[in-house]
Design a protein around this ligand. Structure first.
Ligand SMILES: C[S@@+](CC[C@H](N)C(=O)[O-])C[C@H]1O[C@@H](n2cnc3c(N)ncnc32)[C@H](O)[C@@H]1O
Length: 268
């Protein structure tokens, strides 16, 4: 990776942290840690930690006697994560080959990451491998694309104005929304006791423009799609026509979200 790619990676991660995290991801960190019942003093691993929203919440819960580690493939995400929480152990690596010995953690979670891994079953097996006996695994994934009130429209907008690669980058987060498919992955990975709970949330962006900027400048580059400035401006204008009906009286952009929270005990 050359220097300008590094700078672009950090800038995309800052946009992700500044726009996406408070609007859509922060509200899931508490429920995620509740379903795995994270306790003071425990060793916790956040797989695909991004800028570390879950790891930060976990740090507050495990306290000084506990230990939190965050792992992500993207170096830009980790730069921002380390700035925000220097006490957490940040590690670059792939979720499919976790760079930790067996039995290193009391709880392992992956919040909105599993759908991006080429081999999610291998990742689930890895999460089990690094878990100590009696440990707990938690995974959050978005519900199906069709269950979102706004993302099908954004995908359509990108398909028409930015091409199939950009549209696919926005479809990908919903790739494990089918509950049966999700349960099959856990079964294939060897888990016997698996609980899937679907919960509703609320995304709250300060404006439609901030949502679209988050997707176009924050998320697409993370997925390897960088659009020219003129195209971004054109899509921002088109978005006003396609999504204007979700704008509230005070100019905010608010919509329902839903996600599956999966928990599984150590069983393999
Ligand atoms: C939508 S973000 C979620 C980040 C964070 N968990 C959160 O809740 O904000 C997905 C993350 O998965 C990471 N990722 C994608 N493929 C990965 C892999 N094979 N191994 C580790 N991390 C990966 C990306 O770099 C990105 O930070």
């Amino acid at each position: 990776m050359n220097e300008s790619e590094q700078v672009a990676g950090i800038s995309a991660a800052r946009a992700y942290e500044g726009l996406h995290v408070p609007a859509m991801f922060l509200e899931w960190a508490g429920p995620m840690l509740e379903v795995i019942a994270l306790r003071p003093g425990e060793r916790f691993l956040d797989v695909a930690c991004g800028t570390g929203v879950l790891a930060r919440e976990a740090s507050a819960r495990v306290g000084e006697s506990g230990r939190v580690t965050g792992l992500d493939l993207d170096p830009g995400m980790l730069v921002v994560a380390a700035e925000l929480a220097p006490a957490v152990i940040w590690k670059q690596g792939s979720a499919e080959a976790l760079p930790f010995p067996e039995g290193s953690f009391d709880a392992v979670a992956c919040q909105f990451g599993l759908m991006f891994f080429p081999d999610p079953v291998a990742t689930l097996r890895e999460m089990a491998r690094v878990l100590a006996p009696g440990g707990r695994i938690g995974v959050a994934v978005w519900d199906r694309l069709e269950h979102s009130p706004v993302y099908p429209r954004i995908v359509d907008l990108l398909e028409k104005n930015a091409g199939p690669e950009a549209a696919e980058a926005l479809r990908a987060p919903f790739g494990l929304g089918d509950r049966e498919k999700l349960e099959t992955l856990f079964a294939e990975a060897g888990f016997e006791s698996v609980t899937v709970e679907t919960r509703m949330g609320t995304a709250h962006f300060p404006s439609l423009r901030s949502l679209m900027e988050a997707e176009l400048r924050g998320w697409l580059p993370v997925m390897g799609v960088v659009l020219e400035e003129a195209r971004i401006r054109h899509i921002l204008t088109e978005a006003e026509k396609a999504l204007g009906d979700f704008v509230t009286a005070d100019g905010a952009f608010v919509f329902d979200t839903s996600a599956h929270l999966v928990t599984a005990g150590y069983s393999i």
